[in-house]
Design a protein around this ligand. Structure first.
Ligand code: PMV
Length: 315
């Protein structure tokens, strides 16, 4: 049996993080410059029914049977087996590698799940549909961070810019004019579950205030959708700036994120904001093809651990 490999991109949220957990729309786009990859190799001399899982980045090399059920990689594997009603895998090794930084808002967990689901189902001769992949990746996301909105598994499965409303069918965005985003990493890991829980407590204490912040973020996502679909991406800059202020008010920015956002603006970006759950992780800035490297250099000078320049288009 030949080795089967599948890969999946990272993602960034352009607008609407946190508010999306409370039913407001958000926009996210794939980031193809970073990827998670899963490869399944048959072990012709292995014991039938045994699967070895290797993920060197997290120091994992174990048999599936020895991993707890809620270990996210094991859960992704088990979800494929149960969907395909397979109780005994051919002896094989699943190896996972990724260039997506962990816990930084770039969707590494969902990308790893999507890559595993696709590689393993193809290896077993029954490739899953996009709909099945997204649904199973969502289940695994719940193990990573409790109450995910579903935005990560959606954008990463379909590899298209999406306008996402929790619980509603996926809406892909037509990008009338491609635009350039610079991503800057604070280098500070920030587990999504902790920030999402903190926001939930704050929302519980000051519900009306948080609801109005979420409403404003939702309104920005709607305006951004129009700008993207009608070929006016330059308008996204001001919308990013306003969304960042709202996220600051929600209490999810940090001095490092604010420093990178300011540096991006000062170097000619049209706007900038934190992206993802916040407190650490990544920020994004709207640039033009001409200013992207200037902005990226300014971010590095202001302490960004790494930068990625990506172009958003309809695929
Ligand atoms: O840090 P990330 O990219 O996993 O962002 C999570 C985005 C939130 O809206 C904060 C949570 C969610 O599940 O949508």
């Amino acid at each position: 049996m030949p080795a089967i490999t599948a890969s999946a991109p990272g993602k960034v949220i352009l607008f609407g993080e946190h508010a999306v957990v409370y039913g407001r729309p958000a926009i996210a786009v794939p980031v193809n410059e970073v990827r998670a990859r899963a490869t399944v190799n048959a072990d012709p001399r292995g014991v039938p029914g045994t699967m070895r899982i290797q993920a060197p980045a997290i120091g994992l090399d174990a048999l599936l049977a020895d991993l707890p059920d809620d270990q996210p990689l094991a859960a992704a594997v088990s979800s494929v087996l149960s969907m395909l009603e397979i109780s005994r895998v051919p002896a094989c090794t699943l190896r996972i590698t990724s260039t997506i930084p962990l816990a930084s808002g770039l969707g590494s967990g969902a990308a790893v799940s999507v890559a595993i689901l696709r590689a393993l189902s193809a290896f077993l001769g029954q490739p899953l549909s996009d709909e099945q992949v997204s649904a199973l990746a969502f289940k695994v996301e719940k193990l990573h961070h409790g109450t995910p909105s579903g935005i990560d598994n959606t954008v990463i499965t379909y590899v298209r810019p999406v306008y996402f409303v929790r619980g509603q069918p996926i809406q892909t965005l037509q990008v009338a004019q491609p635009f350039t985003i610079v991503i800057g990493d604070t280098g500070i890991p920030s587990p999504t579950a902790i920030t999402v829980n903190d926001v939930r407590s704050l929302w519980g204490e000051k519900t009306a205030h948080y609801e109005s912040l979420f409403d404003s973020a939702g309104q920005i996502a709607r305006q951004a959708r129009q700008a993207i679909e009608s070929g006016r991406p330059e308008e996204l800059g001001a919308l990013m700036d306003t969304n960042h202020s709202l996220l600051q008010e929600m209490g999810v920015s940090s001095p490092e994120l604010d420093r990178l956002v300011s540096a991006a603006r000062a170097s000619g970006a049209r706007g900038a904001k934190l992206s993802g759950s916040g407190r650490g992780g990544n920020m994004i800035a709207l640039a033009s093809p001409d200013t992207a490297s200037l902005v990226a250099n300014a971010l590095s000078a202001a302490g960004a651990y790494r930068t990625i320049v990506t172009t958003v288009h309809s695929k």
